[in-house]
Design a protein around this ligand. Structure first.
Ligand SMILES: *Cc1c(COP(=O)(O)O)cnc(C)c1O
Length: 463
């Protein structure tokens, strides 16, 4: 934890506890402000202006630490001015009271299961820490804070659970009813109290566009709005931790390979930041479903968002214009604005050296779930299967002696029909999911129309 040296990404001598927008048009801010604002005023995304680096031997020294201890050590490098290290340790213990299993598949390949949190998806890692951070920052502040979030499946439920019953915080979560599974929906609609669920007649991108518009709408200035989406930097930092954890446990001296099933690219940004911090990452395999705008970009250097996004069985990855790609651009010296226009090309060679992308169809996803189970007794759900096939393709094309970790982002029990059809049995639900069946649902339905959304916000929070 002690004595880390700093490697500078953007400018020499910059402070890693300051956050700058990817659009570069607004002043740099501290963490508390970046957390509260969500999106920067210039519509960019916040990133730390410098990436702190692990000191030599530091990863090895963390070997016997628990997940919460490693989380506190990593987060302190970005956040200790806002949350003192002792406070961070308490926050991490409270947030991470669940297992992080790393399952060995064969000699060098592993699956890291990020599905043991309250909503059984990796979104819990960020959500739980955001709940801690916001709860602490708001303790003595006046009024209530309204968190607006758009979800294509799992973010919304993780955010709802992360902030459920946190004093002085309200959550409104927008979701496309046709694109989320009944179970994903129930995770958002059965809580009540400070959680308001809104079904938008449209796609995830419509939900995201409504939320983005609300954040820049001056007529909503009377409501204290913020986001907890994957655009909030508070989601990003906790997503670095499990990559560090895997490296500490499996290969502190490296090399290590990660395969990340990706939609909005927040998870993969965590791996990228871990690499920049000095985790000895050989390559990050970026695995997408048919929404292949990023694999195409890496291939051609042209970025063409997919509108509307394509509907695949890995539904939490149905994103045709991933907001976090602007951050990826930034880290490689480029500038992608919020409309998806390239304002400055990134270092393509550097990007291709670290990132290797592959797009996986639904048929291939299903085939992978079947083969992984039949040949290795490896149980995957659609998102994790996309990651696993991405890894297999990478290893088939590149000789590598690295330890390889594929990330499983949801619990297979969240996709009972698909698994039953493919494997002939229904995976056992963890307790957090099993309890949902008995609960009552409540949600509002709304057209994908900003006027309607605007009225709903005012009616709900400004009586
Ligand atoms: C959100 C989500 C993803 C995609 O993560 P991004 O950070 O948006 O790339 C993958 N799998 C599951 C289960 C998810 O919920």
């Amino acid at each position: 934890m002690a004595g880390s040296t700093l490697a500078i990404v953007w400018e020499t001598g910059m402070d890693p506890m300051l956050y700058a927008s990817t659009n570069g048009q607004t002043p740099k801010v501290g963490l508390a402000q970046a957390l509260m604002q969500g999106q920067a005023p210039d519509k960019g995304l916040y990133l730390p202006v410098a990436i702190p680096r692990f000191a030599p031997g530091e990863l090895r020294s963390l070997r016997d630490r628990s997940y919460p201890e490693i989380a506190a050590a990593v987060l302190a490098k970005f956040a200790s001015r806002t949350f003192p290290p002792e406070t961070l340790e308490v926050m991490c213990r409270q947030a991470y009271d669940f297992e992080v299993p790393i399952e060995q598949v064969d000699e060098r390949r592993f699956v890291m299961r990020l599905d043991r949190g309250p909503t059984a998806s990796f979104k819990d890692f960020a959500g739980r820490m955001m709940g801690q951070m916001f709860g602490r920052l708001r303790r003595d502040a006046p009024g209530r804070l309204v968190i607006l979030t758009a979800t294509s499946g799992d973010t919304g439920s993780a955010v709802a659970h992360a902030f459920y019953r946190i004093p002085k915080i309200e959550v409104m979560v927008l979701f496309p009813p046709a694109e989320v599974s009944p179970r994903q929906r129930k995770q958002m609609t059965t809580l009540g109290e400070n959680i308001t669920a809104v079904g938008v007649q449209g796609k995830f991108d419509d939900c995201q566009a409504l939320v983005k518009q609300a954040f820049t709408d001056p007529t909503l200035a009377g409501v204290q709005l913020t986001s907890a989406n994957s655009i909030n930097v508070g989601r990003l930092l906790p997503q670095i931790v499990y990559y560090v954890y895997a490296a500490v446990r499996l290969a502190p001296e490296g090399p290590i390979l990660f395969s990340v099933p990706s939609g909005n690219f927040g998870n993969m940004m965590g791996a990228l930041l871990a690499a920049r911090m000095g985790v000895p990452v050989e390559r990050i395999v970026v695995a997408t479903n048919d929404n292949d705008e990023v694999p195409r970009f890496l291939e051609t250097g042209r970025y063409e968002k997919i509108v509307p996004s394509r509907h695949c069985i890995s539904n939490a990855m149905n994103v045709g214009h991933p907001s976090n790609f602007a951050r990826v651009f930034s880290l490689f010296g480029g500038w992608l604005d919020e409309t998806g226009a390239i304002r400055r090309m990134p270092d393509m060679e550097g990007m291709r050296k670290l990132l290797w992308a592959s797009s996986v169809s639904d048929e291939e996803t299903r085939g992978t779930i079947r083969h992984a189970w039949q040949e290795r007794r490896l149980l995957l759900e659609p998102h994790g299967a996309v990651g696993w096939l991405g890894l297999e393709r990478y290893l088939a094309a590149h000789p590598s002696s690295a330890v390889a970790v594929s990330v499983e982002t949801a619990h297979p029990a969240k996709f009972p029909e698909e698994i039953e059809r493919l494997l002939g049995f229904t995976p056992e639900a963890p307790p957090s999911l099993a309890e949902l069946e008995q609960k009552d649902e409540r949600f509002i339905t709304m057209p994908a129309d900003y006027g309607a959304f605007h009225r709903l916000i005012l009616d709900t929070y400004h009586p």
